[in-house]
Design a protein around this ligand. Structure first.
Ligand code: GAL
Length: 991
């Protein structure tokens, strides 16, 4: 072992020399200087380099420059190592508290100036808001201290080390340390000084810390102040100008609760904040105070007396170029986007975010579960032996983390729950953390999902509980034991409010079943909603060998161990583009419900406390998607939790078109997060008259033929289609495969999955086993009549006796070309199928098909268990925009409930296809893509798909649902596609 190896890296103490107790992150008028900017930087491969760089006199001319804040692995084009992604695995040997000698160590230095007028400061403090994972600090060669707790603030008293004028600060950062064992969150490992560094002059007679605890009860607000200041700093004045509060506490003993009248409460829906100052003669702190009371009453979680339903997301701090470095503008837009999509809550998974994020949450309005920076998930592999959560040696480190968490952010009205951390097993240290919080803050409950039996936390929390299990938790009907609980523990858990701290794993295309969870939340008051996993993909912007930019995931940086694309599981793509799942979520959790009944509609306000006075209701009528009338719907203001009936407008019903009435609830005035007119809720009513579907014309006089003929716009050679309207087209070809989604690729857990699933085996494995991705065809027969062509094909895969018979009948009906495909599987197919469809190929030709217009569900892709964002209408999109750029290419683009489709080339209509419903009234869906499912399945990143001008049109009689099996549960049986006979009927004409 190198003799100088830093002794600090294996030290489980949270550091030495940082100021305690931790305090709030405050907006003070005390002088401060940002030390963000360019620092001198040197990276060493081990922690054993000498510390001479810390000396005042050291010359760092040969060093590079690096921006602070940043992660060194994201700087210097790979010169400083690469990011590593793991979920649960430790990317180093599990040898706690030790880490390998190969421990990238970044040395940072910079000069800074201390102004002469700081000489009367009582203290000079150096604050680090985030450094991963362990750092030591020197000022002018004097060692100041060390700290770990990457996503937590650490302050050091540097008064005796600084001098007026030029100074040097040196910081040594180790990528790995004992702290890495308790920072095993599912995300990239990104070392460096990644949050602000600030030098602060603390004035004599200033306010060290302030906590304004607020309460609200029927128009009355309460402020309970805790002022941390020397007695000599008094008097302290509290001012809330809007409420005429101007209160002076002459001495510490005078500080007492203050009741204030005429107060509007704070809620996530109406985030009313009051600008407030707390001042002494030498310092003024500015706060934005929100009045609210959080309480648990029985099994209900209430704010200001009303039940809260969390329509939340788990939010990591991640940016494709900056990693966890905070960008306020980007964060504000992130939160505004959440609001636009009806998201009302954030769990700060799995650590405190940049402190400014909470100012934004207060201002824009979110219920926040603020989580401590703690995760020891990798110990699960050892059956939790040695888990820091239960080892007294780690107690102080755990307590230090929760104290820093709560103290830093305690003033925020948006924070309604403290969370001890994530996936850290259970143990005495977590219990100790919880009791510390209970003692420190009686105004907010404590959450920790890993406390399965409810020993030391206040909320029953689970991740990825299935729909039936969630129902069992919500209802009192089934009294069976809860997961990991004895009957007695289950009974205790049932006395508490329940929330899903994670559910609906949004990896790739999916999840399905948002609506099933939401229905339960509506039914059972104990269920308080949950937090989707997760808000955004964590892709890192990289460049492919051919120069194409792409979003990298685990393994793309040559990591020794990694977890692939499990880090791409957000409702937002890495480039901020909302995926269809976010639209689905928005629709499922929309805060206004419409129930149609005859000429009337019942409008229910599902909000926590806000009425509907901020909304305007618009209606429109469309005939086959073409708008024909619109107007405002007069709906009296609806209070939270109440309903009102309103009369529907007169709808002109078209005799030969579908008639749809759509109602939108829109914002009547602009907000901080959306413009006027932004739609927050929608409902549609089908007012169409029933129109008969043309019957299939029986044809009896079939006779064998060579299949080379023309039928209307179709030309055939040897029974196979070669042209449509003069354009090369091939098909139909049976397509049973879809490029497996991440959920399709995830092994079954054998519990609650489809009846034919096999534990440990994915649906995609079964599809490949059965050869769905490599079907071959044998033409059994070709027959004609005077105006029709019939082919019979037997479709099967190598080394399989299973088959599907496909009968295709082309005929002229009512002067138009009709294709009817009858698909009939043989007996013996065991697994679910991804799709039952037919594929057509439209090679590029002179004018490639590059877009579609359709009347059906849109505008985005929909699947059987994710249909709620789809509305019936007329839409158009380019081929490119019909697909979603999932980080790992997979099934995308399916539009359900198709009536009519026009394929376009530029502004030219190439082919028109009318989809007739089958005899059960079921309509097909379509996908138009540049690539076949087989091609898509082979690509690991979008850039690997390459360019193509061929279009592949798949018309699906049915698709399998999406499910959430990547973390959670398979497609619900009602939405699983079993091998079955289906019919597809299309009428095709020239554009
Ligand atoms: C959970 C964990 C999250 C994330 C998720 C899967 O167990 O808390 O951090 O890993 O699974 O994406």
């Amino acid at each position: 072992m190198p003799s100088q190896l830093s002794p600090h890296v294996s030290d489980i103490a949270p550091g030495r020399g940082a100021l305690r107790p931790a305090r709030s992150w405050l907006h003070s008028d005390a002088p401060s200087r940002s030390l963000n900017g360019s620092w001198r930087f040197r990276l060493s491969p081990t922690a054993s380099v000498t510390e001479d760089f810390a000396a005042d006199s050291f010359v760092d001319d040969g060093w590079d420059s690096i921006p602070v804040p940043s992660h060194w692995v994201l700087e210097g084009d790979g010169a400083y190592g690469r990011p590593i992604y793991t979920n649960i695995q430790f990317p180093f040997p599990i040898d706690p508290p030790h880490v390998p000698d190969e421990n990238p160590t970044g040395d940072y230095r910079r000069h800074f100036d201390v102004p002469a007028d700081w000489s009367d400061a009582e203290r000079v403090v150096l604050r680090f808001d985030g450094v991963e994972s362990l750092f030591r600090v020197w000022v002018n060669g004097v060692e100041i201290g060390s700290a770990s707790g990457s996503r937590l603030a650490h302050e050091f008293d540097v008064t005796s080390a600084v001098r007026t004028g030029d100074n040097v600060v040196a910081v040594r950062v180790h990528q790995w340390s004992a702290a890495s064992y308790v920072e095993d969150q599912d995300q990239w490992w990104l070392p460096g000084i990644f949050r602000d560094v600030t030098l602060i002059a603390r004035p004599a007679g200033g306010i060290e810390d302030v906590w304004l605890r607020t309460g609200f009860d029927h128009g009355r607000g309460r402020v309970e102040a805790e002022i941390t200041a020397d007695a000599a700093a008094f008097p302290v004045t509290l001012r809330i100008p809007e409420l005429d509060v101007d209160h002076v506490w002459a001495t510490p003993a005078d500080v007492a609760p203050l009741d204030v009248t005429g107060v509007e409460p704070w809620s996530a829906e109406r985030p009313r904040l009051y600008d407030t100052t707390v001042s002494t003669a030498t310092e003024t702190i500015a706060l934005r105070v929100g009045f609210r009371t959080v309480e648990i009453r029985g099994d209900q979680f209430l704010v200001n007396g009303s039940r809260v339903v969390f329509h939340g997301v788990n939010r990591h701090e991640t940016h494709p170029e900056r990693g966890r470095v905070f960008d306020e503008e980007h964060a504000r837009e992130d939160l505004a986007l959440m609001k636009r999509f009806n998201i009302n809550a954030i769990r700060t998974s799995h650590y405190p975010p940049h402190p400014r994020l909470l100012d934004l949450a207060d201002e824009l309005g979110f219920w926040v579960v603020l989580e401590c920076d703690l995760e020891t998930h990798g110990f699960e592999k050892l059956d939790w032996v040695g888990n820091p959560s239960d080892d007294p040696a780690w107690r102080e480190a755990c307590l230090d983390r929760i104290r820093r968490t709560v103290e830093r952010d305690k003033n925020h009205p948006s924070i309604v729950i403290w969370s001890l951390g994530n996936e850290s097993g259970t143990g005495g240290n977590l219990a100790a953390m919880s009791s510390w919080v209970h003692a420190r803050d009686t105004g907010r409950p404590v959450h920790y999902e890993g406390d399965y039996t409810g020993e030391y936390t206040d909320i029953y929390s689970r991740m990825y509980a299935s729909v039936p299990e969630t129902e069992q938790i919500g209802s009192d009907g089934a009294r069976s034991a809860l997961l990991n609980c004895t009957p007695a523990q289950s009974a205790r858990q049932r006395t508490k409010p329940f929330l899903l701290c994670e559910y609906a794993h949004a990896m790739g295309n999916g999840p399905g079943a948002f609506d099933q969870y939401e229905a339960l939340v509506r039914r059972y008051p104990r269920l308080h909603g949950g937090f989707v996993w997760e808000w955004r993909d964590h892709g890192i912007l990289a460049t492919a060998p051919d120069g194409t930019p792409y979003y990298a995931y685990g393994g793309d940086f040559g990591e020794v161990v990694h977890d692939g694309n499990f880090v791409m599981d957000g409702m937002l793509l890495s480039n901020d583009v909302p995926t269809p799942s976010l639209h689905e979520y928005k629709s499922v959790v929309q805060p206004v419900e419409f129930v149609f009944d005859g000429e009337k509609v019942a409008v229910t306000n599902l909000r926590h406390s806000a009425d509907t006075s901020d909304l305007r209701f618009r209606w429109r009528v469309e005939h086959d998607g073409v708008p024909v009338a619109s107007g405002d719907l007069e709906i009296p203001v609806v209070g939270a939790g109440e309903s009102q009936w309103a009369s529907l407008p007169q709808v002109a019903v078209a005799p030969n078109a579908e008639t749809w009435l759509t109602i939108d609830a829109t914002l009547a005035t602009p907000t901080a997060w959306a413009p006027e007119g932004h739609v927050i809720a929608t409902a549609q009513l089908d007012c169409s008259t029933r129109r008969p579907v043309p019957a299939v014309r029986p044809q009896a006089d079939w006779r064998p033929g060579d299949g080379t003929l023309s039928l209307g716009i179709a030309e055939f050679t040897g029974g196979s289609l070669v042209r449509l309207a003069g354009r090369a087209v091939t098909g139909p070809r049976l397509e049973l495969f879809r490029a497996p989604t991440d959920n399709d690729e995830s092994p079954s857990d054998g519990v609650e999955d489809s009846d034919d699933s096999i534990a440990g085996v994915s649906s995609a494995d079964l599809w490949r086993r059965d050869g769905l991705d490599r079907l071959t065809t044998r033409r059994v027969s070709v027959e004609h009549t005077a105006d029709a062509l019939r082919t019979l094909d037997k479709v099967s895969a190598a080394n399989s006796a299973l088959s599907v018979m496909v009968e295709s009948v082309w005929s002229i009906e009512d002067g138009e070309l009709e294709l009817r495909v009858e698909i009939e599987p043989s007996r013996g197919w065991q697994a679910v199928w991804p799709r039952i469809g037919v594929r057509f190929e439209l090679p590029d030709g002179t004018a490639p098909v590059d877009g579609a217009q359709w009347f059906g569900l849109g505008p985005l892709e929909t699947y059987p268990d994710s249909l709620r964002a789809g509305r019936t209408g007329h839409f158009s999109a380019t081929v490119h925009d019909l697909s979603v750029d999932y980080a790992r290419p997979q099934e995308t683009g399916h539009r359900s409930e198709l009536r009519r489709l026009t394929l376009t080339s530029g502004s030219t209509e190439v082919l028109r296809i009318q989809a007739l419903p089958d005899i059960r009234g079921r309509r097909p869906g379509f996908t138009l893509s540049r690539h076949t499912p087989q091609q898509i399945a082979r690509a690991a990143h979008p850039y690997e798909l390459g360019d193509s001008t061929t279009s592949h049109l798949i018309v699906d009689a049915a698709q399998h649902g999406l499910g959430s099996r990547t973390c959670g549960h398979d497609v619900w049986p009602d939405f699983a596609l079993r091998p079955e006979s289906r019919t597809i009927r299309l009428r095709i004409s020239e554009g």
